[in-house]
Design a protein around this ligand. Structure first.
Ligand code: FPP
Ligand code: MG
Length: 319
């Protein structure tokens, strides 16, 4: 895992330079918000995936950085919108952008960043790249809508949950990998393997993220998802662990509206005590195993070994 950390730290300055360059281009109105959200940290996992996928397939084209920067810009735009939709007050430990700028400015800056990202990719003149990023935007939005449709519904199925996270998170990670593969000039079957790899990795990433929401030590208050009415695997396992009458009462309470701090805390404590997060981790591990199989279709390389470490990191990260 040390090599992964080193390789990521080595790439971050160049990724950040590409991002800063594009964020400083017109339109002027969105620049302050873009600068704020881009300066607030983030590991730059998505651009890193673009670089690694391209290089695994033999691409040495410097324009991999542009594609990576486009995905990161898009990701940053989704976070701006997401924090408004979730009424979140903080992002990465700092005040959310909509508390520092007018919410209208933040929404519109997000729109401009989205358009900028699409413009950056369309400048390559390859409809496969433009199609890939455009579809990822569409699927991300669709996942968010699906999440709102099932908010405060404790009776959703596992499939409903998977559909939400595949859309809202996994498609953007899928695009991160597919863009690199397309630029490498690989044949269609390898491009498809790169896309499938990214999708499975993305699903696992969000499952782990949702499991971590129940534990302390992540840098944000635990139980945020439960309070917001988001139904994730640990919560479904928690409901399943209750006696029938308790489960019925909890379902009714959950549907009614936001849980109080103490109610959410009690759910988190029960999830941790019964280690219900481990069930979610097993689920994530099965998606990571599928991702690993797609990865095996590529020739062994230093970059492929780093990708294997990313799969391990996703499962073992604690924040
Ligand atoms: C974080 O989820 C949010 C996403 C992964 C996607 C958000 C996407 C949109 C709002 C779609 C529209 C935006 C654009 C520009 C296309 P989370 O709320 O579970 O995670 P969090 O704890 O990081 O907030
Ligand atoms: Mg959110």
């Amino acid at each position: 895992m040390q090599e992964l950390k080193r390789a990521l730290e080595q790439e971050q300055p160049r990724i950040n330079a590409a991002l800063a360059r594009h964020a400083a281009e017109p339109p002027a109105g969105s620049q302050a918000v873009a600068r704020l959200v881009l300066a607030s940290g983030g590991k730059r996992l998505r651009p890193f995936l673009t670089l690694l996928t391209g290089r695994i397939l033999g691409c040495r084209d410097e324009r991999l950085y542009t594609l990576g920067a486009a995905v990161e810009l898009l990701h940053a735009a989704t976070l701006l919108h997401d924090d408004i939709l979730d009424r979140a007050e903080t992002r990465r430990g700092r005040p959310a952008a909509h508390l520092l700028f007018a919410p209208a400015t933040v929404i519109l800056a997000g729109d401009a960043m989205l358009a900028k990202a699409l413009l950056m990719v369309s400048a390559f003149g390859d409809p496969r790249l433009t199609g890939c990023i455009s579809e990822a935007v569409m699927r991300t939005v669709d996942g968010e809508i699906a999440e709102f449709d099932i908010l405060r519904n404790p009776d959703i199925s596992h499939q409903d949950y998977l559909a939400v996270i595949t859309g809202k998170t996994a498609w953007m990670l899928r695009a991160s990998c597919e863009l690199g593969a397309v630029l490498s000039g690989a044949d269609a079957s390898l491009i498809a393997a790169a896309a499938d790899f990214g999708l499975e990795l993305g699903i696992a990433f969000q499952i782990v993220d949702d499991a971590l929401d129940f534990s302390s030590g992540t840098g944000k208050p635990r139980g945020g998802d439960v309070r917001e009415g988001k139904v994730t695997p640990p919560l479904l396992s928690y409901i399943a662990s209750l006696a029938p009458d308790e489960a019925k009462a909890f379902r009714e309470r959950f549907r009614q509206g936001p849980l109080a701090e103490a109610e959410a805390e009690a759910v988190c404590a029960a999830v941790c005590k019964q280690r219900l997060d481990l069930r979610a981790k097993e689920l994530a591990a099965s998606h990571l195993a599928s991702a690993a199989l797609f990865l095996k279709r590529f020739p062994p390389s230093e970059e492929r070994a780093l990708m294997e470490q990313i799969l391990e990191y996703i499962l073992t990260r604690s924040h």
